[in-house]
Write a protein of this length. Structure first.
Length: 612
């Protein structure tokens, strides 16, 4: 090679590296610092520093919502004392462009730091909270981000009391004394608990470390909790092909009040549950159920994600019709895998499904709102929807999971199931780092079924009827595939006479919080917010309403006395019937071999337990 050519090539290589060198030298760096002074103020001190900011202004934005709760939350309302300085400590001018966005003006500076206080006085799984017993942080609620720079690495330093411990799935770097995070999305997806007295339990499963942190009073048997949670982790991992992370954290707040709230994250979950009593079988069932639900999210929604929220825009609504699948089908799997794991019996599983179906059938909105539209409309339902017009996509989606599982098993002679669909979605979307499109779930189901039955692989009618439509469900059409029947039985504990109202729990002033459409109360003119005083001159409360109605039979006429806008009103009501029934899921007396095969495989029951 001649010298001129060598020189030109060398110069070209050098010049080609210059932008990369400059980019590395001047690359933007984003770091966060968190502290607090007086915990009884419930105020976190937050600072965000941007090194090598671009241009003459930088935008800082607080998220308007959080993944896992698809409504606008307006976290900006908790921010006070916003200020900005440069690397020399000079104050910088700023202005608010909208409710969530601050624009900081600067010239050519080495860094810009904004600081503010964040009021944190709500304890639930998706909030942030501070008092003298703990600091609980959901970064998505209080950490501003730089719009357009969400994929840049970030770091976090926490200034805490010396004897307080930190629990989080974030990775700590001992050299920098900070948490180093791949990008803002990952940072926002990792809650942090800081407390002097939480308890840590842990176990290893395959190549993963599973940790459980408990904050609050606890009376559990540690080994039983570990064994039961391990069984759930093992079963779900069996279905999905292994735990997809090296470390996973369950974070529990055990409280005395009635609550059950969990929020999923990529490598952790936060759960607030109470009243916490591990000796109470009802509580322990709830504890295991929410644990199972949130762990299954490690795949479904955290890795198998809707395209609409794969890398979401936190400033506005991110619409999708698929939350019935990502939340509701997760609810189906949380119960099914508890049965597989042996932490509940098949009869407990049946009873739970009875309650799920009963809830949907008691919801008038099922006739109006589809599962897809309930998913789409979640953003509009923060303040509530008109009475009797909506459904829970959790509730309907759980039932759809059961129906799809049965339908897939029937069409493929039990060679395929919903498990195969989950694995297909994981392989073809999660592992390829892309989101599931709106039509992706139906396509995945049809592909899986087509491997065994090409002539019956279309699910177009199923999706049109039950997911995008409001067709009434013939439950036995699907349950029969597993040799099951759903029966309607008379509930002797309920009055035969039907009025059709729901009361608040206020014993002094019980208000009608809902009137069922087409009910005797509705036809007679009773209304939402009426204060119910008496039935046939007998005082009514939420506690004694059913007892009073036990005196009557369908067709009897009663006088209902209410206050409506401070005026005493009387309504004559002819009582109806049909409200004293309950749904019971039973096994057929003489199921066919095909039905038994599906049931045995579905429930992971030994065949001999189903012989007649």
């Amino acid at each position: 090679m001649s010298k001129p050519i060598k020189f030109c090539l060398t110069l070209f290589i050098i010049l080609g590296f210059i932008p990369a060198i400059l980019e590395g030298k001047d690359a933007m760096e984003i770091s966060y610092q968190l502290s607090w002074d007086k915990p009884n103020s419930h105020l976190f001190n937050v600072s965000v520093t941007v090194k090598n900011p671009e241009g003459s202004q930088t935008l800082f934005r607080i998220p308007a919502w959080r993944p896992g709760r698809y409504v606008i939350q307006n976290y900006t309302k908790n921010i006070i004392k916003f200020a900005a300085i440069d690397n020399n400590g000079r104050e910088l001018k700023f202005q608010k462009l909208d409710k969530d966005t601050w624009q900081v003006h600067h010239q050519s500076v080495k860094s810009v730091t904004v600081s503010y206080q964040y009021y944190a006085n709500v304890l639930d799984a998706g909030s942030s909270f501070l008092d003298d017993s703990e600091a609980y942080i959901n970064p998505i609620t209080l950490a501003m981000y730089i719009p357009g720079k969400e994929m840049l690495p970030v770091s976090l330093k926490i200034d805490k009391p010396g004897d307080w411990k930190i629990a989080t799935a974030l990775d700590f770097d001992p050299e920098t004394r900070s948490y180093q995070v791949e990008n803002y999305h990952e940072f926002a997806d990792n809650p942090i608990l800081i407390s002097p007295d939480f308890e840590l339990l842990s176990f290893d499963y395959e190549n993963a470390k599973i940790e459980m942190v408990f904050q609050g009073e606890r009376n559990y048997d540690p080994q039983k909790v570990i064994d039961d949670v391990r069984s759930i982790v093992a079963e779900q991992s069996r279905i999905m092909g292994g735990v997809p992370c090296e470390r996973y954290l369950f974070m529990y707040h055990l409280i005395p009040e009635r609550m059950g709230h969990g929020v999923e994250h990529k490598n952790s979950t936060s759960i607030v549950i109470g009243p916490a009593d591990f000796n109470d079988p009802v509580f322990y069932f709830r504890f295991l159920s929410v644990t199972s639900h949130e762990f299954f999210h490690i795949w479904n929604v955290e890795r198998i994600r809707p395209e609409a929220i794969y890398h979401p825009d936190y400033s506005k609504e991110n619409y999708t019709t698929t939350m019935w699948f990502f939340e509701g089908v997760t609810s189906y799997y949380d119960l099914l895998t508890m049965k597989h794991a042996g932490v509940i019996s098949k009869y407990q599983f049946y009873n739970a499904m009875e309650r799920t179906i009963q809830r949907l059938q008691n919801t008038y909105g099922r006739k109006i709102t589809s599962a897809a539209m309930a998913s789409w409309n979640s953003w509009a339902m923060f303040e509530g929807s008109p009475p009797n017009s909506s459904i829970s996509f959790y509730n309907k989606g759980e039932i759809l999971g059961l129906m799809l599982d049965m339908e897939i098993r029937d069409r493929t002679a039990n060679k395929k199931s919903l498990d195969d669909v989950m694995r297909y979605l994981y392989k073809n979307y999660a592992l390829k780092d892309k989101g599931v499109p709106e039509t992706g779930i139906q396509s995945a189901i049809e592909y899986v079924v087509s491997q065994e039955n090409k002539t019956r692989s279309s699910f177009a009618d199923f999706f049109a009827d039950y997911i995008f439509g409001t067709k009434e469900i013939d439950y036995n059409l699907f349950l029969q595939f597993a040799g099951l029947e759903l029966l309607t039985q008379v509930d002797e504990q309920q009055p035969a006479a039907y009025l059709g109202i729901h009361l608040t729990r206020d014993e002094k002033e019980p208000r009608i919080e809902n009137v069922n459409p087409d009910s005797p109360a509705f036809e007679a003119g009773l209304d939402h917010e009426d204060i119910l005083l008496a039935i046939d001159n007998h005082r009514v409360t939420a506690m004694n309403l059913n007892r009073l109605l036990m005196r009557y039979q369908p067709g009897d006429r009663i006088t209902v006395t209410v206050f409506r806008r401070s005026k005493l009103r009387h309504f004559d009501v002819t009582l109806g019937s049909g409200n004293n029934t309950r749904l019971v899921l039973i096994e057929m007396e003489k199921p066919s071999p095909a039905q038994l095969n599906i049931r045995n495989d579905w429930l992971k029951e030994p065949a001999e337990s189903h012989t007649n």
